[in-house]
Design a protein around this ligand. Structure first.
Ligand SMILES: Nc1ncnc2c1ncn2[C@@H]1O[C@H](COP(=O)(O)OP(=O)(O)OP(=O)(O)O)[C@@H](O)[C@H]1O
Ligand SMILES: [Mg+2]
Length: 283
């Protein structure tokens, strides 16, 4: 990457995100129940669990889409400032809005890809890169010198990110014309363009072919090691989870039922039971 991002070097075991006793209800349905979870700076944590376990709901609570009725979520920014993403008492709940969460240093991709279909791959990333620039709409309209400099920065950053995810060759193609696997990578580039300390990936391997899955595995590792980005990964593909995750947290019916190293979790009877149970329901 051309523009080095100055970050304080990670300390071993330094907590980045703390989710405490988060409960989210939709009417009578409890989507998350007293969820505790933490993420250390620099690690890759996978969240797994059967369909409907609450994985996407957790991302939605982290990113201000939903406000859980109970519990707190704290994030420590790159300059070590604690930010309460979700806080408050039972009567008065507070959660940061999605744009504020992004500004604090958290970016995400979506289970159902959300790109601007009628824009090029380049512009999809550039729009996100521009949110990191200071030019307001008036400065941009008048094309003030600093606005022009910012535009050049956004262009350069976009090119770097497209290179990083291996999509430079399709920069001018419309997002809608790209294959599913390529769109998933483009969404990752777009999330990275906001310069996050934490990247949330919601089933990035869904709908991709085996070659793309292998490429994705490498990409997640490079995002973590070369860009120094902590990763929270929701994924059903166990091979991918087992190969990239430092730690795995398992959700079932909104509850954390296991947490540990991938090989420990894989052997955990409660986890095996949860997956077998859901497979029986489906059959
Ligand atoms: N906006 C909503 N309104 C009502 N119920 C919801 C809403 N969002 C999620 N749920 C419910 O919460 C539960 C958890 O859903 P969630 O999407 O978090 O599961 P998931 O683990 O991401 O599943 P999948 O692997 O299928 O993506 C489900 O029962 C779901 O129907
Ligand atoms: Mg989901």
């Amino acid at each position: 990457m051309g523009t080095p991002v100055t970050r304080t070097p990670p300390k071993a075991g330094e907590v980045l995100l703390t989710v405490r006793q988060v409960t989210l209800r939709f009417g009578g349905l409890t989507s998350l129940s007293e969820v505790d979870l933490h993420l250390d700076r620099g690690e890759i944590l996978a969240v797994i669990g059967p369909n409907g376990a609450g994985k996407t709901s957790l991302f939605n609570c982290l990113t201000g889409v939903y406000t859980p009725q109970e519990g707190t979520i704290e994030f420590i920014t790159a300059d070590r400032t604690p930010v309460q993403l979700v806080s408050g008492t039972a009567r008065r709940r507070r959660s940061r809005k999605p744009h504020a969460v992004n500004h604090a240093g958290i970016a995400r991709t979506f289970q159902n890809i959300r790109l601007f279909a009628a824009l090029s791959a380049f512009d999809n990333v550039k729009i996100a890169a521009e949110t990191r620039q200071r030019t307001g709409p008036i400065g941009a309209m008048l094309r003030l010198p600093h606005a022009r400099a910012n535009e050049r920065n956004s262009d350069r950053r976009t090119e770097e990110l497209l290179d990083f995810v291996g999509l430079r060759a399709v920069a001018d193609e419309l997002a809608s014309s790209l294959s599913y696997g390529v769109q998933r990578r483009l969404e990752i580039a777009r999330a990275l363009a906001t310069d996050p300390a934490l990247l949330l990936l919601d089933e990035p391997a869904a709908g991709t072919n085996p070659t793309e899955k292998r490429e994705l595995e490498g990409l997640i590792r490079r995002i973590n090691s070369e860009l120094d980005v902590t990763v929270l990964l929701i994924e059903h593909d166990m091979k991918l989870v087992m190969s990239v995750a430092d730690r795995v947290t398992v959700l079932n019916f909104g509850k954390v039922i296991a947490e540990g190293r991938p090989e420990e979790v894989q052997r955990n009877p409660a986890v095996i039971e949860a997956y077998l149970g859901s497979a029986e329901e489906e059959s």
